[in-house]
Design a binder for this molecule. Structure first.
Ligand code: ADP
Ligand code: MG
Length: 702
């Protein structure tokens, strides 16, 4: 045990052939300090130089290919930054070009007319002619033939490359390390799992992930290491969840009188089946005596707010207080204004606390919370401040979770010193199952997968900018029917000034197309003061304005049932989930709603996929899946939420199947042997022990 720990803890300096200078570079540039760090620094791809292709065999779909041929001639083309060196390269089957934009003078000197070369790189075709830009070029006459095989390619920095630390060198170091490490590598999975899923051993896997003998071994090594990574990831999450459930008590809210009163007397519509189911799930949590940690997922407009309110009533009906936290002031206001009439009718006190609440009002609020007079507090991040103290906070609801960090959630926990409050996190960004399992593996998940009756699916179309007149015509039609329209512009921080100009230009062109006094146009953007935004939003809600020109400030949650058209300008600049969120601003009333995405002609393949997905479906979960495929899980969640970013080899966008099996295995093992004491689980125990040393997350598992 200790022997093993010490070997992989050995500083890189001791590795034969590395030396102090390179060691320091690896420390600084890649954060690699020990043998263990290096051995887990997996290649991000592999060069397949196991075979040669003829020019006639080349295809655009090849990630890379090597071709053996002769250099006929070369010439310079283009001016300025487009200046390039172009060489004609032929084999018996055809001809292609090799192109360089950089280092032209140097490369030109090294080329030999009619010399025999091996060119390697990504083939790309342009009107029937293939070319490779910046190929790797080996001259056969000078013995440059490459060893055949698969070669690992590591993520390296420019600085490392300048100091001649390239993938070849890392591969060489890896071989030395692997040979030395061989006897110290112990199996980390129980025999039972290895047998059942026909995994290769840990040693073979580590060897072949770095130095694959062939494609088959590489695949096996990847599968084995991905399984291991996901298995331990799930084991940790499930175990933590079990501990959490045992460790943290929660208040019991058994009495349903207050909630039933609301349900029977005041609720203006019938709950959907999904809403009822979720309310039952929450109520069941409230009876356990343990803290609830539940994620409520539901598409935009699925009716999460009313579910949240009913949960609040369960808490209040049992002598506790509740709070509801939203990511923006507009949203907090909207929740407050939406819930206030209900609270009033029930004789309950509801308050709001945001950045713009004045001092005097704050003082009163603080006092009312402490005395217990205030039953529900709605607000923004302001709720997290230490001065906000309750008599007995029983339930925290966090709306649109993706905007909050884990640390902030922890702050809410401490708002009740005696018993931590129950936590309900609501999100309208549906998270694909695979991701939810990993990200929120320690939360219970409820899903509202049904929209209230009578909602018509939003009709979505994609229009090019030059069809603007047609779009304006359509807007006019809708406005004449008494509907309202949103026009949204992108606002991305790096180019804030430009975006602001776009927004203002757009605003002016709208004013020309929809002149006063027939039409009134409002504007909403992030630079406005909170009360200004608020006024604009109110004017739109009260139909004083018919068109709302806005940036993505309106993205989350705002509810104007009479708005039936969403025009998204420069839609190519929005991510898929953002487009879906924006579309969710309409379709909230009984009228048919429309979403029109405007773009220029030049669109990337990814953008086309995004737009097509939006046109094809209104289903948030389907959209989330496509988004995951396009963007990868890191982008989807933001890096501050750990759990996903820790993965070194598994890819949640692609490895859903392995994840499901790994999770199942982890669950089964913990069910049989919660403390992992059985002899056959010794490899797990040992591995956790060594992980614990490097990762604080394992600290809680004992
Ligand atoms: P979201 O899940 O996006 O937060 P909201 O809670 O804002 O959705 O609900 C959207 C609208 O649907 C609100 O006006 C709400 O009052 C209404 N609503 C919620 N549940 C139902 C229901 N079961 N039947 C009819 N309307 C509902
Ligand atoms: Mg909402």
């Amino acid at each position: 045990m200790t022997e093993r720990a010490t070997f992989f803890d050995t500083p890189l300096l001791y590795l034969k052939g590395l030396g102090p200078q390179r060691t320091e570079l690896l420390n600084k540039e890649l954060n690699l300090f020990t043998y263990g760090d290096l051995i887990q620094y997996y290649p991000f791809r592999y060069d397949d130089r196991s075979r040669y292709y003829t020019i006639s065999e080349l295809m655009d779909s090849m990630p890379s290919a090597q071709v053996r041929g002769r250099l006929r001639d070369w010439y310079l083309e283009g001016e300025g930054p487009k200046k390039r060196l172009v060489a004609n390269f032929t084999d018996g089957t055809g001809s292609m070009t090799l192109v360089w934009f950089q280092g032209i003078t140097y490369i030109e000197k090294t080329l030999r007319r009619n010399g025999e070369y091996i060119a390697y790189g990504k083939p790309q075709s342009f009107s029937g002619q293939f070319s490779i830009v910046h190929p790797e070029l080996d001259n056969l006459a000078t013995g440059g033939e490459h060893e055949a095989g698969f070669f690992p390619v590591y993520n390296l920095t420019d600085k490392l490359r300048k100091r001649h630390i390239d993938s070849k060198l890392i591969g060489k170091m890896m071989r030395i390390l692997l040979e030395q490490a061989w006897p110290h590598i112990h199996e980390t999975l129980p025999e039972e799992l290895i047998q059942k899923y026909r995994l290769i051993g840990k040693r073979e896997a580590l060897w072949n992930i770095h130095l694959p003998q062939n494609q088959g071994w590489l695949k096996q090594a990847q599968r084995r290491l991905k399984f291991e990574e996901l298995f331990y990831n799930q084991l940790r999450l499930i175990k933590n969840k079990l501990i959490q459930k045992e460790e943290f008590p929660g208040q019991i809210f058994r009495d349903t009188t207050l909630m039933k009163h609301f349900y029977n007397e005041l609720l203006p519509f019938e709950l959907t089946g999904a809403q009822q189911r979720v309310i039952r799930e929450i109520y069941a949590d409230f009876l356990t005596g343990k803290q609830m940690n539940r994620l409520l997922q539901g598409d935009v407009g699925s009716g999460k707010t009313i579910v949240a309110f009913i949960a609040c009533l369960m808490a209040i009906g049992n002598g506790a207080q509740a709070c509801l936290m939203a990511p923006t002031e507009i949203l907090a206001d909207q929740h407050y204004n939406g819930l206030k009439p209900f609270a009033d009718a029930m004789g309950l006190n509801i308050g709001i606390l945001t950045g713009s609440t004045n001092k005097k009002r704050r003082a009163v609020l603080h006092q009312e919370l402490q005395s217990g007079q205030m039953h529900i507090l709605v607000g923004t991040h302001a709720l997290l401040e230490d001065v906000v103290q309750y008599k007995n906070l029983g339930l925290c609801i966090i709306d649109e979770q993706h905007r909050f960090g884990v640390a902030q959630r922890a702050k809410l926990w401490r708002k009740n010193e005696t018993v931590p409050p129950h936590i309900l996190v609501m999100t309208a960004t549906p998270i694909p199952r695979t991701l939810a399992m990993t990200l929120y593996g320690n939360l219970d998940v409820s899903v509202i997968d049904e929209l209230p009756k009578g909602r018509k699916p939003i009709k979505t179309v994609h229009k090019f900018d030059k069809h603007r007149a047609e779009v304006f015509g359509f807007m006019r039609q809708q406005l004449e029917l008494g509907r309202q329209v949103y026009v949204v512009y992108p606002l991305i921080e790096e180019s804030e000034k430009l975006d602001y100009k776009d927004l203002m230009d757009g605003f002016e062109s709208m004013q020309r197309a929809f002149p006063r006094p027939t039409y009134e146009i409002g504007i909403l953007h992030g630079k406005m003061l909170p009360y200004e935004k608020d006024d604009e939003m109110k004017r739109f809600l009260n139909r004083e304005t018919q068109i709302m020109v806005a940036t993505t400030v309106i993205e989350v949650g705002v509810n104007v049932p009479n708005a039936s058209v969403m025009v998204i300008e420069s839609a190519e600049r929005f991510g898929l989930s953002q487009l879906h969120q924006l579309r969710g601003r309409v379709g909230r009333g009984a009228d048919q709603s429309y979403c029109i995405m405007m773009t220029g002609y030049k669109l990337s393949t990814d953008t086309r996929t995004r737009l097509e997905t939006m046109v094809r479906t209104n289903n948030g979960f389907e959209i989330a899946d496509v988004d995951l495929q396009l963007r990868g899980p890191g982008d989807l969640t933001g890096t501050q939420q750990s759990g996903v970013m820790d993965l070194m080899i598994a890819d949640l966008a692609k490895d859903g199947a392995i994840l499901a099996v790994a999770r199942e295995s982890a669950q089964a093992i913990l069910q049989d042997d919660p403390e992992l004491v059985l002899p056959q689980h010794a490899p797990i125990r040992n591995h956790i022990e060594s992980l614990r040393k490097t990762e604080s997350n394992w600290g809680r598992i004992s």
